[in-house]
Design a protein around this ligand. Structure first.
Ligand code: ZN
Length: 537
């Protein structure tokens, strides 16, 4: 039992996938039957040697553990969707060394073969909107008795993102750097960038959710607002909380982006203070000077108009509120004009439709029964979600006396319909969609790591984005927008070997994103099955 597992681990450097796809041991490249037979024999011999001490010496002579040859695979890279061919990809020392779009290329000496026969290879997926330190289903001040469960959740977290093919993440608002540091230290994890601590306006969203006594500590990078001087503790000096000072702190903490907000509030937190265009202009200027991407939380018409006028780089969230136009059936002209502007300015657009479903999860009796849930969070946590304590947020969401059905229908008629109309309009004009999920959009348990990306893709398709647009949004568009395109986002030589092997084509069905067999994490092949929550320890 344990023996077999540890044998697999020895070769998991690059071979763990082969064990589940026996054809993977077939020698490609040679093409002649004898060559095929010969490498089969070699593979057989290798396998026999794996569990012996001799393996180390043998492999040192014959195969280079840092060289992998993925062969016979259909290569789908977003910059070349007009050239989808079978070929081979060579990985060397964690980077893509060669991309051969033909079937004649020879296996380089010493490389370990991974057969991609009948499979599709895409670049690792990028989710540019996550909150790693937030725990699904929990408030910021967590129940201490659940500490063990939370620790197990954090241990599984990087693996759950990888399980669904996410090899690059951007945490858009750091509030517990320890969680991010631990994530980066995990034995297997997606690459992680962040926007440092976010820039809310004093007492505005989202610091308004925290009690006044602690909100200035939780959001130390808030923007001072002279109009609210009497609501800001004296120890915080205005000159230390200017947009320029805040952006400089993000830069010096290693952030690649700046996140700010325009949100007047909802539910019990309405009429929150929001910044004016002058403040946004100062943030814009400082972000440009520091080479940082400017993201703004905006989910309504007014907020997105504010973001577009202020030349934000990325609008986080779809437009689910049309405000004065909420009840109109067709997309109002005024909103069309704004969306045209967003297309024209090539502003990155993150619809995050699944965020709304995350809330509906409490009214959908099927949700917690999804088998996928047990793959991405520990069993103990799934059980906790089912307890009355674990369902607390659903109670807060429910409008008094409203049935599950009515809650869902209300969302469908309102915000979901509106955001879908907006996404369809933008998709028809090929807007600059960038893929982001806002996972876990706490405190709901309806947006779980990794799985949420897959569900969001289904939402995007349903709203009218093409499969090519979805793939580009989650790879190249994100890489360009967040200035990582020299490193990730396509299958091209020189880039980091973050790759995903899947048995269905992502250009034929969105379900392909749930047909992943292997994830290459900086060149290391990891079988999908080994990444589930139930396979951990
Ligand atoms: Zn967010």
């Amino acid at each position: 039992m344990a023996f077999a597992d540890s044998c697999r681990c020895h070769i998991s450097e690059s071979l763990s996938t082969i064990s589940e796809a026996a054809p993977g041991c077939r020698g490609e490249g040679g093409g002649t039957p004898s060559a095929g037979r010969r490498s089969r024999t070699i593979a057989g011999a290798l396998f026999a040697l794996l569990c012996s001490a001799a393996f180390t010496a043998y492999s040192a002579q014959k195969t280079d553990p840092n060289k992998t040859w993925i062969t016979g695979v259909t290569i789908i890279s977003p910059e070349k969707l007009d050239r989808i061919e079978k070929g081979s990809v060579l990985i060397e020392d964690g980077r893509i060394a060669k991309v051969e779009r033909n079937q004649k290329a020879k296996k380089p000496a010493g490389a370990t073969i991974v057969s991609g026969k009948g499979q599709y290879l895409i670049p690792g997926l990028i989710d540019s909107h996550v909150h790693l330190a937030s725990v699904p289903g929990m408030k910021l001040d967590r129940n201490r008795e659940l500490q063990r469960m939370v620790e197990d959740y954090f241990k599984q977290l990087p693996r759950s993102y990888l399980y669904y093919g996410y090899t690059t993440l951007v945490d858009t608002a750091v509030f517990d750097r320890q969680v991010l540091d631990d994530f980066r230290r995990a034995p297997l994890h997606p690459d992680l960038s962040d926007c440092g601590e976010s820039l809310p306006l004093a007492n505005g969203y989202p610091m308004s959710f925290a009690p006044p006594e602690i909100r200035f500590e939780l959001f130390p990078n808030f923007i001072y607002d002279a109009k609210q001087a009497n609501r800001i503790p004296k120890e915080h000096k205005p000159e230390e909380h200017t947009p320029a000072a805040d952006v400089a702190r993000v830069k010096s903490s290693g952030g690649i982006c700046v996140k700010t907000y325009f949100e007047r509030g909802f539910a019990d937190d309405k009429n929150l203070p929001v910044m004016g265009p002058d403040v946004l202009a100062e943030i814009r200027k400082a972000a440009t000077q520091n080479g940082l991407v400017l993201m703004i939380h905006a989910n309504g018409f007014e907020a997105q108009a504010f973001a577009a006028a202020g030349n934000a780089d990325v609008i986080a969230h779809g437009m689910w509120h049309w405000q004065a136009h909420d009840r109109e059936k067709e997309l109002p002209d005024e909103i069309r004009r704004l969306l045209d502007q967003i297309v024209e300015k090539k502003i990155g657009y993150q619809p995050t439709i699944q965020v709304l479903y995350g809330e509906l999860a409490y009214f959908d009796p099927e949700y917690l029964r999804l088998p996928a849930i047990g793959k991405v969070v520990p069993k103990e946590m799934v059980r906790w979600f089912q307890t009355p304590e674990g369902r607390w947020f659903g109670k807060e969401l429910r409008e008094e006396g409203t049935s599950d059905r009515a809650m869902i229908e209300g969302f469908e008629r309102g915000p979901l319909r509106r955001v879908r109309q907006v996404v369809a309009y933008l998709a028809a004009r090929d807007a600059n969609f960038v893929f982001g999920t806002d996972t876990p959009s706490a405190p709901t348990y309806g947006n779980l790591p990794g799985l949420n990306g897959y569900l969001e893709m289904m939402q995007l398709q349903r709203a009218g984005m093409s499969l090519a647009q979805i793939l580009r949004a989650a790879t190249l568009n994100n890489a360009r927008e967040f200035r990582m395109d020299s490193q990730v986002g396509t299958i091209e030589p020189g880039k980091i070997a973050n790759l995903v092997l899947m048995s269905k084509s992502p250009l034929e069905s969105v379900e392909a994103y749930d047909s992943i067999t292997t994830v290459f994490v900086r060149g290391k092949a990891v079988s999908r099955d080994s990444l589930t929550a139930d396979s951990a320890k």
